[in-house]
Write a protein that binds this ligand. Structure first.
Ligand code: ADP
Length: 231
């Protein structure tokens, strides 16, 4: 794709600088940190373990319990501490994005807890959190059908863009379309969209996000190999 018309000089189809690190919370069974430019997410996994409160137990399968939270200093306006409606909704969509990758039927009566904290936020926090959670699950040694990769793409100022910043998302014609995908089977496990768009723009946006997921997949595998050694 073509020359940059973006405020940070990226190409239209270029991700922000991405950093991924596996094993950042030593106390956890698995953990990871993922940065997309000025967006940073940390995920910690505990389990499979006995579920509390016990009434949440499912006799036939395990439960995946996700929590998503933005820290007060993650944005310049200082966010009110704690969970709110947005974080509850994001925890739900992130759970649905990750669950298809897991074999929960193999872990009846247990819970896998994933806590995701957004350290700094400049759009794309759910995507960063999903990538971090997926790496943390792998780090915890939990069997998975595939890693789950996630990125948002969209439209701003009439251009279809990969991995938009908050400034780009605030454009008057913006659409914001986060997806999550299991690249091996190309199954999409999350697809959301804000804004008004033509069929063609939606198709182009999804295609661009899928190519972003392919790039992230390679980075995720590299981050795991970096911790576990084999080159
Ligand atoms: P995502 O972070 O997945 O793109 P949203 O579209 O809900 O999810 O949020 C876009 C961006 O808006 C966030 O990444 C963050 O930069 C900003 N934002 C969200 N909630 C708040 C808040 N309570 N205070 C300030 N900024 C926020």
């Amino acid at each position: 794709m073509t020359k940059s018309e973006r405020t940070d000089n990226r190409k239209l189809d270029e991700l922000r600088p991405v950093k991924m690190k596996v094993g950042v919370i030593k106390r956890a069974d698995g953990s990871a940190e993922v940065e997309f430019g000025l967006t940073t997410a940390i995920a910690a996994v505990y389990g499979p373990r006995q579920i509390h409160p016990r009434h949440q137990e499912k006799s036939e399968r395990g439960v995946l319990r996700c929590r998503y939270n933005m820290l007060p200093f993650s944005v310049s306006d200082r966010k009110r501490p704690g969970y709110d409606r947005r974080s509850t909704e994001l925890a739900k969509v992130i759970t649905d994005a990750l669950e298809p990758a897991l074999f929960l039927e193999e872990f009846p009566k247990t819970v896998i807890d994933i806590d995701m904290e957004i350290i700094q936020a400049d759009a794309g926090t759910r995507a960063a959190a999903i990538n971090a959670a997926s790496l943390a699950l792998a780090d915890a040694g939990i069997p998975m059908r595939d890693l789950v990769c996630s990125v948002a793409s969209g439209r701003a100022n009439k251009k279809i863009l990969l991995d938009m910043t908050k400034e780009e998302e605030d454009a008057p014609d913006a659409i914001d379309l986060p997806i999550a995908m299991m690249p091996r089977t190309r199954k999409i496990t999350l697809l959301q969209m804000d804004g008004v768009a033509s069929h063609k723009d939606i198709e182009d946006t999804i295609e661009l996000a899928e190519s972003g997921c392919d790039t992230l997949y390679k980075m995720q595998k590299k981050a795991i190999l970096k911790k576990y050694g084999s080159k």
